[in-house]
Write a protein that binds this ligand. Structure first.
Ligand SMILES: C[S@@+](CC[C@H](N)C(=O)[O-])C[C@H]1O[C@@H](n2cnc3c(N)ncnc32)[C@H](O)[C@@H]1O
Ligand code: SF4
Length: 513
């Protein structure tokens, strides 16, 4: 257990530091996903075994698109996701042909599986032309012939690329929800990202969705360059006045060689200003009747088109099965019925040529992954549950045989002193500013395990060096640990500063990186 003094110092020194969101991949960070020998067939076999034993959970399904329209500055000035510049419909449809091939590889493994939710994300999934929405749903039905009526099937896109005809095709194909990346309603602030979105695009897209009975979610970002509590509240007021039921309000993740990090850093609100924005947005939305579902998601009850979808939350502590198809898509598989040390997180190729080449050769296009030990799996599930703001102590005990409070008592007690956490007999919950500090809470919970993983990496690196020396000198090296870390961590890895964007894709679906 972490030393109480360490916990205090950690919290004190991190209160004013920028929160770097790691929600997308749960635990551990993709930096540690270094196994290049991910046994996808074995994982498929495990999936079949739990199904045969009647212990399978539903499968969440994600399909990604690599492409986005060009902006100036590039990548919308802030985006940390791997994306490629849109090269036209022919390239997009050619890419989709590869996704269909990948789906074929999964067909047998998924036979008889129950679908949970579907997320078509990216990149920009509303770049597709009308007929492609039907093909996307044909692909889903080909793998999951029985789709439950309550399954959420979401397509993500940007307002200026929706049209009435596309929205109609989305509806007719059987999808039932759209998610729009708006970021800022304020046109002046939005322009800083190089996106050419107008308020008209946003209003029009929301109207089409409503007219056609599609549930509509919007993504906003706070902590934007030049943003103030005032401009943020004005945007939220506008969305509330348009009767948007489902609002995702992300804090900006800053990092990498993005325009915001390199050229607008001085225009960014400080962490404490972001905290003020978090508080003001939470209070405003809850006053308006919205419920806080996660650190970032707010939903108003009574959406005639909604089905109670909880983006990014996994309420089950004993299983997770998410299948991600496409460029840079992420998959997770684990089920306590087969032993938690057989669970995996893995990511598809982040290089489009390599993604395609693998499929041409009939291979799963997986780049690398992480094999969980029991402690990793437990943390991964704890993170997912905590993203939904609470962890049920009885459920945790049933899944892992330990009490979640006792296991991390010094962390919860330390956070409790700052008013970030409340512990009752039933649950441990994030309260007050706690949800804003979710990344810090996660870091504390994972601190001991990260120390162990870092030690393992160091040992593996030493073993690799010894083996190289031995090869050079012709003597036997100590190869211990080399099977654990095949590629050195960080090689080709997505930025450690992953954006939260696909939090929705992550648990509700297997997000991509
Ligand atoms: C990866 S994007 C894909 C959807 C679509 N291309 C778009 O831009 O709206 C999904 C969401 O991620 C969020 N996002 C992207 N980069 C982010 C960052 N650096 N910090 C916080 N949120 C980010 C945005 O809110 C965006 O709507
Ligand atoms: S924010 Fe969306 S549109 Fe912009 S680069 Fe990222 S994925 Fe593409």
């Amino acid at each position: 257990m972490l030393d109480a003094g360490f916990v205090h110092t950690y919290i004190d020194t991190h209160l004013e530091q920028r929160q770097v969101n790691k929600i997308q991949h749960g635990f551990p960070s993709p930096r540690y996903w270094s196994r290049t020998d991910v046994p996808v067939e074995e994982i498929a076999e495990d999936r079949r075994r739990v199904r045969a034993a009647g212990r399978d959970s539903f499968v969440n399904f994600y399909v990604g698109v690599p492409y986005c329209i060009q902006t100036d500055p590039g990548k919308c000035g802030y985006c940390l996701f791997p994306v490629e510049e849109f090269q036209g419909n022919a390239a997009l449809e050619n890419y989709f042909g590869y996704v269909e091939r990948e789906a074929d590889l999964y067909r047998e493994a998924l036979s008889g599986a129950t679908l949970g939710a579907v997320y078509f994300g990216g990149g920009t999934s509303n770049l597709y032309r009308e007929p492609l929405y039907h093909r996307l749903m044909d692909l889903v039905r080909g793998l999951f012939p029985d789709i439950a009526p309550q399954a959420d099937i979401t397509l993500e896109g940007i307002p200026q690329l929706f049209s009435r005809a596309k929205m109609q095709a989305i509806k007719d194909s059987g999808m039932n929800r759209v998610s729009m990346g708006i970021q800022q309603v304020d046109e002046r602030l939005n322009k800083l990202s190089g996106r050419k979105q107008t308020t008209r695009h946003v209003v029009q897209s929301l109207e089409w969705a409503r007219e056609l009975g599609l549930a509509a979610n919007v993504d906003l970002i706070f902590g934007w360059p030049q943003q103030t509590v005032g401009t943020m509240l004005k945007d939220l007021q506008t969305l509330v006045s348009w009767n948007v039921y489902d609002i995702t309000h992300y804090e900006l993740n800053v990092g990498g060689p993005t325009d915001f990090a390199l050229n607008r850093f001085h225009e960014l609100p400080s962490t404490l200003a972001n905290l003020e924005m978090y508080r003001a947005s939470r209070d405003f939305l809850t006053d308006q009747g919205y419920e806080q579902i996660t650190a970032y998601n707010f939903r108003k009850p009574g959406d005639p088109a909604g089905r109670g979808y909880e983006e990014g939350v996994n309420r089950f502590l004993d299983s997770m099965d998410t299948v991600g198809l496409g460029y840079a898509a992420v998959s997770f598989f684990g089920n306590s019925a087969i032993g938690t040390d057989r669970s995996w997180s893995f990511i598809n190729h982040l290089s489009l040529p390599r993604y395609k080449q693998a499929l041409e050769e009939g291979r799963f296009p997986v780049e690398r992954g992480f094999s969980h030990e029991a402690a990793d799996w437990r943390l991964a599930m704890l993170f997912r549950s905590l993203f939904g703001l609470t962890v049920n102590r009885a459920d945790y005990r049933a899944a892992f045989g330990t009490d979640v409070y006792e296991e991390f008592a010094t962390v919860w007690d330390g956070l409790g002193e700052y008013g970030f956490v409340e512990v009752s007999d039933e649950e441990v919950g994030l309260v007050g500013d706690g949800p804003f500090y979710t990344p810090m809470v996660q870091a504390l919970l994972a601190e001991e395990r990260y120390r162990a993983l870092r030690e393992r990496e160091t040992r593996a690196a030493q073993a690799r060096r010894a083996a190289r020396r031995a090869r050079r000198t012709g003597t036997d090296g100590d190869g211990a640990g080399t099977e654990e870390v095949v590629a050195s961590p960080g090689t080709g890895a997505p930025a450690d500063t992953e954006a939260p964007a696909d939090a929705e894709a992550a648990a509700a679906t297997p997000a991509r990186g």
